[in-house]
Design a binder for this molecule. Structure first.
Ligand code: THU
Length: 160
């Protein structure tokens, strides 16, 4: 028997104002698209913005459905659209912002498990990390240098 330890390192910025210009701009794009979320059931609105290798920014927001599981998170809306419209282009960065109509979201909101798995697919495929920034509606921005940093013991094509 041996003990296995996994250490993950993150950066935290007090607010998006501390980010460099490129990263702040990407976060602004996530905030902007958050307003298009269709979230009549949860009242929880999420925006995601991806920066591609050629400078293109692709945005997405969560889209809900009366049959609840049929909806889709912002991150997957954005990343599936990115790969459909820009196949093969590397994804450099992903910014996420979430807000609620019911309370103030001032904690950084990370992607859900299903979104982590979906983002992992593209990180694995491109063999280069996707840098991630996540925040609520205001306050701290948490930075992860890659997706696998927030998905230890992940399952990918090499697991099969
Ligand atoms: N949601 C996202 O868009 N991204 C996540 O990573 C977590 C959850 C959405 C799905 C649903 O529309 C609402 O937030 C509440 O779960």
């Amino acid at each position: 028997m041996k003990k296995v330890e996994i250490v993950a390192t993150f950066l935290e910025y007090d607010s998006k104002e501390e980010l460099n210009e490129q990263d702040r701009n990407l976060m602004e794009k996530a905030i902007e698209i958050r307003k298009t979320a269709y979230a009549p059931y949860s009242k929880f609105k999420v925006g995601a913005a991806l920066l591609l290798e050629d400078g293109t920014i692709v945005q997405g927001s969560n889209q809900e459905n009366a049959a609840y599981p049929s909806g889709l998170c912002a991150e997957r809306t954005a990343i599936f659209y990115a790969n459909a419209i820009h196949p093969g282009k590397r994804i450099l960065k992903l910014a996420i912002s979430a807000s609620s109509d019911l309370k103030v979201t001032d904690q950084p909101i990370p992607p859900c498990g299903a979104c982590r798995q979906s983002i992992l697919e593209y990180e694995t495929k491109q063999k280069e990390p996707i840098e991630m920034f996540f925040m609520g509606a205001e306050g701290v921005v948490r930075y992860s240098p890659s997706l696998i940093n927030i998905l230890p013991f992940h399952f990918d094509k090499d697991s099969m």
